[in-house]
Design a protein around this ligand. Structure first.
Ligand code: A2P
Length: 272
C-alpha cells in the first residue's frame, strides 16, 4: 500500500488517492465505497464533477469519514474572486455533508482574469480560521506559482497537474521541490491511453505486473503523488498494490525516454 507524503502545513497526503472526475452520478456511491474498501484514504472530488452529494452520502454510509482526506476544488467560473471561493467552499461542504473539508484547491488559475491571487487569499483565510486543514492549487504554471508566493508568502501544499510518462512535468517538479509543494498527478495513466504502450508493456512484462501498476509506481518513485480513477473495484485494488513493483534505473530511464509533451486534457492556458 503506498504511504503518505509530508505537506508544508505539517499534515500528510496519501500518495495515491482516487478521483471522482467523470464518475457518473449513478455509479458514484458504488465506486466510492469500493475505493474506501480497497484502502484509499484520499478522495479527490470537486464541485465541477457534479457528484458531491452522492460522494458525501457514500462517505457517510462507509462509516470511515475520520480515516479519510476529503478534497474539493473551487471552479472559478463565471466568477473568480475571493468571496466566490469562500461561498463555493461552504456550498461544497453543505453538499457533501461530511463536516469540514480536509483539502480545498483552486481548480484552474484562469490567469488571464488576473484574480487567482485574490482567490488564494480567500483560501488562506479559510485555513487561518481553521475551516480547512490544507489548501492547494491545480493546473498552476510556474509563473502562477511565483506570483502566489511573491504576493502572499504562502505556498500551496500541493499542485495537482496533468502528468504521466508523456508529460513528466520536469520543470514544474523542480520548482515544486524548491518551493516545498507536492506534485500530485491527474490522469496519471494518460486517461488510460498509456495502457497499451509497447514500452510500458515490456516493463510490465519484465516485472510480471500490469502497465497501470508500472506507471503508478513511476509516479511514486519520482517522489510525487497521484489521483487515479477506475470504476472497477478489482482495478482500484490493483492500483494500490504496488509494493512489489520496484522499478530499477533502467526502467526509469526507458520510461523517461517516452516524454513527448502530449497532453490528454486541457492545457491550463486554454482554460480561462
Ligand atoms: P475504468 O474506469 O474502466 O477502469 P486516468 O486516471 O489517467 O485518467 O485513467 C483513467 C482510465 O484508466 C479510466 O478509463 C479507467 O477505466 C482506466 N484504468 C484505471 N486503472 C486501470 C487498470 N488498473 N487497468 C486498466 N484500466 C485502468
Amino acid at each position: 500500500m503506498p504511504g503518505t507524503l509530508a505537506l508544508n502545513d505539517g499534515s500528510r497526503l496519501p500518495a495515491l488517492g482516487f478521483g471522482l472526475y467523470k464518475v457518473p452520478i449513478e455509479q458514484t456511491a458504488e465506486v466510492t465505497l469500493a475505493g474506501i474498501d480497497a484502502g484509499y484514504r484520499l478522495v479527490d472530488g470537486a464541485r465541477f464533477y457534479g457528484n458531491e452529494r452522492e460522494l458525501g452520502e457514500a462517505i457517510r454510509s462507509s462509516g470511515r469519514r475520520d480515516d479519510l482526506m476529503v478534497a474539493s476544488k473551487f471552479w472559478g467560473d463565471p466568477v473568480q474572486s475571493r468571496e466566490q471561493a469562500i461561498a463555493d467552499f461552504a456550498d461544497s461542504e453543505r453538499e457533501l455533508g461530511v463536516g469540514p473539508l480536509d483539502l480545498y484547491m483552486i481548480h484552474w488559475p484562469r490567469s488571464s482574469r488576473g484574480a487567482f491571487v485574490d482567490v488564494w487569499r480567500g483560501l488562506i483565510e479559510l485555513q487561518q480560521e481553521g475551516r480547512v486543514r490544507t489548501i492547494g492549487v491545480a493546473n498552476f504554471e510556474p509563473d502562477d506559482l511565483h506570483r502566489l508566493v511573491d504576493e502572499t508568502g504562502v505556498a500551496p501544499a500541493l499542485n495537482q497537474v496533468e502528468s504521466h510518462p508523456w508529460l513528466p512535468q520536469h520543470e514544474l517538479r523542480a520548482l515544486h521541490a524548491r518551493l516545498g509543494i507536492v506534485t500530485q498527478a491527474w490522469s496519471p495513466l494518460g486517461r488510460g491511453r498509456l495502457l497499451d504502450d509497447p514500452t510500458l508493456l515490456a516493463v510490465a512484462a519484465k516485472h510480471s505486473v500490469t502497465v497501470a501498476q508500472v506507471v503508478l509506481r513511476w509516479h511514486l518513485q519520482l517522489g510525487g503523488a497521484a489521483v487515479v480513477k477506475s470504476t472497477h473495484p478489482e482495478r482500484l485494488r490493483q492500483n494500490l498494490d504496488l509494493d512489489d513493483v520496484a522499478l530499477d534505473d533502467d526502467d526509469m530511464a526507458v520510461i523517461a525516454g517516452m516524454e513527448s509533451g502530449e497532453r490528454t486534457g486541457t492545457h491550463p492556458r486554454d482554460r480561462q
